[in-house]
Design a binder for this molecule. Structure first.
Ligand SMILES: Cc1cc2nc3c(=O)[nH]c(=O)nc-3n(C[C@H](O)[C@H](O)[C@H](O)COP(=O)(O)O)c2cc1C
Length: 173
């Protein structure tokens, strides 16, 4: 069984999530490829796909949109799973808000994505430039001040649990 884990990432924390998910699948009989979506030349020849991107200014990264535009026909009907990472999920209504507002649902429905997960991401204010700080302040749509989020919020147990659930679905199939 061959799995493609493809991600978009600007500051690297989503790339680390993708690598972590891939590690959950490194068991006997599963051949895992982990790649930045910009490096994926073809999606042919895989049995399942796990795709993910962080949210910037209310939507996943442009690279992920470009990738999906390019490959959605080939992915259609295959076992495809999608995740996003963001900070909005840290608020009490965050999960629902992210699912309702950060996901371009029609695109995922056209592909037939089986499941969408929302993970908390990582943000270090000293690692982002002024332009990004400005974008974050202007575009962040939560109640908490985005500047109050300055940490690594990734919940590795939650990510592992999601990946293990998918593994149970696709590896036995
Ligand atoms: C400029 C900027 C804009 C962001 N916009 C949002 C947003 O609209 N909603 C949200 O929940 N998180 C937002 N975030 C948080 C990112 O989704 C989070 O930091 C993510 O983990 C970054 O992933 P990366 O390290 O792979 O780039 C933003 C972060 C930055 C730096």
């Amino acid at each position: 069984m061959k799995l493609l884990v493809a991600y978009a990432s600007k500051h690297g924390s989503s790339a680390e999530i993708a690598l972590f998910i891939a590690q959950v699948f490194t068991i006997q009989g599963v051949e895992v490829t982990v790649k930045d979506v910009k490096e994926v030349e073809s999606v042919e020849g895989y049995d399942a796909y796990i795709l993910g991107s962080p949210i910037y200014g209310g939507l996943w990264l442009t690279e992920m949109s470009r990738f999906l535009d390019k490959v959605w026909v080939q992915l259609h009907g295959k076992p495809v799973y999608f995740w996003i990472s963001c900070i909005r999920i840290l608020e009490s209504d965050g999960l629902q808000h992210a699912l309702d507002n950060y996901i371009h649902r029609r695109v995922l429905d056209e592909i037939g994505v089986r499941e969408v997960a929302v993970f908390a991401g990582k943000i270090r204010l000293d690692e982002i430039d002024w332009n990004e700080r400005w974008t974050l302040s202007a575009r962040y749509d939560g109640k908490a001040l985005p500047g109050s989020r300055n940490d690594d919020f990734r919940d590795w147990d939650a990510i592992r649990a999601w990946a293990e659930k998918i593994r149970a679905e696709v590896v036995k199939a």
